[in-house]
Write a protein that binds this ligand. Structure first.
Ligand code: CU
Length: 177
């Protein structure tokens, strides 16, 4: 099962669960109940929820920040300057070597775009926002040679789906394949 299928199934499960909760609330809305015990239970549940989120969320946040992909690029990285515009990408180079870090400096001339790099199987390997007035830096080291597609990841107008370009990653030693 692909990650996409899994997230689709999880989304459906969450939608069904939410629908069930709403239906239950709607069906029981007419019944009279004493307020105090309900409130006590709800406050206890809220406290558990809060501390559960703190206990799980805090370590998860620290751990995820540690592996965030937006770390500073090492010196000597291959640099690609990329500019998004309605509706095309402008790259100052389209050939990079695998196994060495590539720093993408990404910006936009008009509206927000999403700079998404996809491998030959259609898997998203890295992404960053392309924003007017800012240059965002994305560092990625390709570990597989091939032709990667760059697609816009954020709806930016009528021809958003046409915002595509390619970048070629060559194996160390200069052969591509
Ligand atoms: Cu777009």
């Amino acid at each position: 099962m692909t990650v996409q299928t899994l997230s689709l199934l999880l989304s459906f499960a969450a939608i069904l669960a939410l629908t069930a909760i709403f239906l239950r609330v709607r069906l029981r809305a007419g019944a009279a109940k004493d307020y105090a015990p309900v409130q006590r239970r709800a406050y206890r549940f809220r406290a558990i929820l809060f501390w559960g989120m703190v206990l799980v969320g805090l370590p998860a946040t620290v751990w995820l920040l540690r592996i965030t992909p937006y770390a500073a690029a090492p010196t000597g990285a291959q640099v690609v300057n990329a500019t998004g515009a309605q509706w095309f990408w402008d790259l100052d180079r389209t050939d990079v070597a695998m196994g060495e870090p590539v720093e993408f400096n990404v910006t936009s001339t008009d509206v927000n775009h999403g700079f998404g790099i996809y491998d030959e199987t259609g898997r998203l390997v890295a992404q960053v926002q392309a924003m007017p007035g800012y240059v965002n830096h994305l560092t990625h080291t390709f570990d597989t040679p091939g032709t990667y597609q760059i697609l816009c990841l954020e709806y930016c107008g009528l021809a958003h789906h046409d915002m595509m370009t390619e970048i070629t990653v060559t194996a160390a030693g200069g052969t591509n394949g």
